[in-house]
Design a protein around this ligand. Structure first.
Ligand code: GLY
Length: 391
């Protein structure tokens, strides 16, 4: 078996989280950084709509996650500006457009009003609108819309462009990207020391970052109990095209809860309109189903009837990596040498800048930054309970 060179950092998983961690680690002066992934630039971000929505995606009881999301959102503009420069000019499709969450009936309106009150208690910037005011902002909304919340700071980025820019930035920072699967974690004397690859090579490293999304806990060789199970949560999603003559079709992200499902429409500056997403817990299946597409189109049509005029150009499905408390796992695991950057569930694209900064900080200094403390994997260890990620 060929034995590769010793790396400072080996990142297992070349999705948006793994690539951003690798790029930041290289910037922090870690000399040799290696990423392994059979399809770098894939993963959930390749499918995702790329909504950056810490406020409109907020769930009750998730205030620490809100703080992390807000911190990441605040870093986004400078993160993508730096990334564009570092990648040689790649545009990430970052758009500071704001988000409008709307209610389709009086029950939805009550729920949205409660969410607004919750936002106000937390001091978040969100503005209540009547149905008429919401339609004035977005004239394509259905006449029946009963009210809405305008959140000026929930924006969007294009996950595919972000991934492409990260690959270029990694390459320019001398990160080595191996197109191979990590088939076994190598552990010696109770320390993670590297990985064996599908190419039969091995890569050894001082520190190993596990950023393999819903596959993280399944890596052969990972000792039991080091990571909790990361469940795959399927999301089916549609891409439509807004012909020039119809623009601007929507000027900002629009979302609603329709029949209990989160529905969102994300209009890009290049004319793409992304409609998502189903939430299904069915294992590792990524089949696009007629039922999934039907439900998304039916619900989106209720919200914005004009979508039926638009060309449907792509249907796809991805897997969100859901940790047991739906918050990410960031930082050292109980296995020395092994660091987690996984379990971002619905928030991987949003949490990319802050995850990369916090994990790179830990890799460079050995210190867990304060912002990461509620999210270390130790919270799932019965032996060493720490602050819970959720209040
Ligand atoms: N963040 C949106 C989703 O996971 O569907």
């Amino acid at each position: 078996m060929a034995r590769g060179a010793q790396a400072d950092v080996l990142v297992i998983g070349g999705g948006v989280i793994g690539l951003a961690v690798a790029w930041r680690a290289a910037q922090r002066g870690l000399r040799k950084v290696v990423v392994v992934d059979p399809s770098p630039g894939g993963g959930a971000a390749h499918v995702a709509a790329g909504m950056l929505a810490p406020v409109t995606e907020l769930q009750y009881g998730e205030e620490p996650l809100l703080r992390l999301g807000m911190a990441s959102n605040e870093r986004y503009a400078s993160f993508v500006a730096e990334l564009t420069e570092a990648s040689g000019g790649e545009d990430t499709g970052y758009r500071r457009c704001g988000t409008l969450a709307v209610a389709l009936d009086s029950d939805d309106r009550e729920e949205l009003r409660e969410l607004h009150a919750f936002h106000q208690r937390l001091g978040l910037d969100s503005t209540w609108l009547t149905g008429r005011e919401a339609r004035r902002l977005e004239p394509m909304l259905a006449p029946g819309v009963r009210g809405g919340l305008h959140v000026a700071d929930d924006h969007q980025v294009d996950g595919r462009r972000l991934l492409k820019a990260l690959i270029f930035a990694c390459e320019r920072a001398n990160v080595v990207i191996h197109r191979a699967e990590a088939v076994e974690l190598l552990v010696e004397d109770r320390r993670a020391v590297g990985a064996r690859l599908s190419t039969l090579e091995t890569v050894t490293a001082d520190q190993i970052v596990l950023a393999a999304g819903p596959y993280s806990h399944r890596l052969p060789g990972l000792p039991e109990g080091v990571l909790p199970a990361i469940r795959p949560v399927k999301g089916q999603i549609l891409r439509l095209r807004i012909p020039e003559a119809y623009r601007p079709f929507l000027s900002r992200n629009v979302r609603a809860v329709v029949r209990g499902q989160h529905l969102y429409l994300v209009p890009r500056e290049n004319g793409e309109l992304v409609i998502g997403a189903t939430t299904e817990e069915q294992g590792y299946d990524t089949t696009v189903t007629a039922g999934g597409v039907y439900e998304l189109l039916r619900d989106a049509h209720e919200l914005v009837p004009g979508i039926t005029e638009l060309p449907l150009v792509e249907t796809s499905a991805g897997l969100r990596p859901g940790s047991p408390d739906n918050a990410p796992l960031l930082g050292p695991t109980e296995l020395p040498g092994l660091v987690a950057a996984t379990g971002h569930y619905r928030n991987g694209v949003l949490l990319t800048p802050v995850t990369a900064d916090l994990v790179a900080e830990y890799l460079a200094t050995g210190e867990v930054p304060d912002l990461a403390r509620p999210f270390t994997p130790a919270r799932f260890s019965p032996a060493r309970p720490t602050t819970k990620a959720h209040a």
